[in-house]
Design a protein around this ligand. Structure first.
Ligand code: UD1
Length: 376
């Protein structure tokens, strides 16, 4: 049962659900909890529930145990979304019935839990602050794009990580007062954890040296759900691995598809490819921070590689994070094996032109968010 402190000036719920949420929420919680009159209730929806996709992140990022766990687990998008909506609605209405209502709910990112919690809160009259608002890929076949559009259309406070977010929201008709450029909270966590990550023995355990390898991650449905697309990617990776060792921590969705399509053996039998389970935050940061190149379809990794100064070859034809392309820290490869090979060659030959980190990706975004929330 939650202990309610009746002297608090502001009562905030913070919702997390899936792996990319945890590193975004950690610095926000830290900044808000510095204010003694703010009560934070941490809700974990349980969209990700594995130790490797969830538990280890709480431990390594120093996030306290959730106050409430909804344990929604896996399911179709509708099933997952409905379970989060039902759970969040119940928490918020019960608090209001007990006369200790929530003033605000914070959501981060673009996962199903983000969108579901936003819709439930808005409908029961609790204000929503969306961190990482306004990002748009323009690609409605991505579930995350639908989540972004729905979340932003009803959220009250829209906190953006890059200028394109502000522009998109103003174009969509949001008022200037509701939109704030605060910078990138993911980078707050990265800077906070980098020295601890560099002390890990991750590279020794993998038997590789700094700067001698590439890191691969793939999990987007558009890349992994069809045998022909995933097969072509596996083929390219095995060819690239002849020139550069590739470390590939495999997401559960990707592992299931590789197994289903009979592609696992090609990766396992390739000398230059090191397959691993999904890594914890510190091991993964240890790995990416010393990589020669990153090949990925992850949104977050496009940003982390930007702050780390490691070239990112993005296996997508669009990105909701255009600043990474404009400043030249990420190159969109689509699914072109030829382009991937030629960009990798540039990286290996030292002719790849690496960009610079955008403004406000300075490790202090969560402080700016806390100031805005507390002054609202
Ligand atoms: C979700 C997010 C995506 C994010 C990604 C990072 C949405 C729409 N997608 O995609 O934006 O980049 O997380 O990981 O919210 N599974 C496990 N263990 C778990 C969780 C899931 O094995 O702890 C399995 C599920 O059974 C399912 C697959 O992984 O088969 C996909 O999980 P799901 O959360 O539905 O979507 P992701 O692809 O992980």
């Amino acid at each position: 049962m939650l202990q309610i402190n009746r002297k608090v000036a502001m009562k905030i719920a913070c919702v997390v659900g899936a792996r990319p949420n945890f590193m975004k929420a950690a610095p926000i919680l830290r900044s808000l909890e510095k204010n003694p009159t703010t009560e934070i209730v941490l809700i974990h929806t349980g969209q990700h529930y594995d130790e490797k996709l969830s538990g280890v992140f709480f431990e390594e990022l120093g996030i306290r145990a959730p106050d409430i766990s909804l344990e929604v687990g896996s399911g179709s998008h509708a099933v997952q979304t409905a379970a989060v909506m039902t759970g969040v609605e119940e928490i918020l209405t019960q608090a209001a019935d007990r006369n200790v209502p929530f003033d605000c709910l914070i959501v981060v990112g673009d996962v199903n839990s983000t969108m579901a919690a936003t819709v439930a809160a808005t409908k029961v009259g609790v204000k929503v602050a969306h961190v990482e608002a306004g990002l748009r890929s323009g690609d409605r076949s991505m579930p995350e794009e639908i989540n972004r559009l729905i979340t932003d259309s009803v959220a009250d406070l829209l906190l953006c990580s890059e200028p394109s977010g502000v522009e998109n929201l103003l174009k969509e008709g949001h008022s200037k007062e509701s939109v704030h450029l605060v910078g990138n909270v993911m980078i707050d966590t990265l800077f906070h954890q980098l020295s601890a990550a560099r002390e890990k023995d991750t590279l020794q355990r993998l038997g590789i040296g700094g700067g001698e390898y590439g890191v691969v991650t793939l999990h987007r449905p558009s890349n992994v759900d069809r045998p022909e697309t995933l097969g072509a990617l596996v083929e390219v990776l095995t060819r690239v691995a002849q020139r550069l060792t590739l470390v590939f921590p495999v997401h559960p969705r990707t592992k299931a598809k590789l197994t289903e399509f009979g592609l696992m053996a090609a990766l396992n039998n390739c000398d230059g490819i090191r397959i691993s389970e999904p890594l914890g935050y510190l091991d993964f940061l240890c790995l990416t921070s010393q990589a020669k190149v990153i090949v990925t379809d992850s949104g977050g990794l496009q940003e982390e590689s930007t702050a780390l100064g490691v070239p990112c070859l993005t296996m997508r034809s669009n990105t909701e994070r255009p600043v990474t392309v404009e400043t030249g820290t990420s190159t969109l490869i689509g699914s072109s094996a030829e382009l991937l090979k030629s960009k990798l060659n540039e990286v290996l030959d030292g002719t790849y032109k690496q960009g610079v980190c955008p403004e406000l990706w300075d490790g202090r975004a969560s402080e700016r968010i806390a100031e805005i929330l507390i002054s609202c």
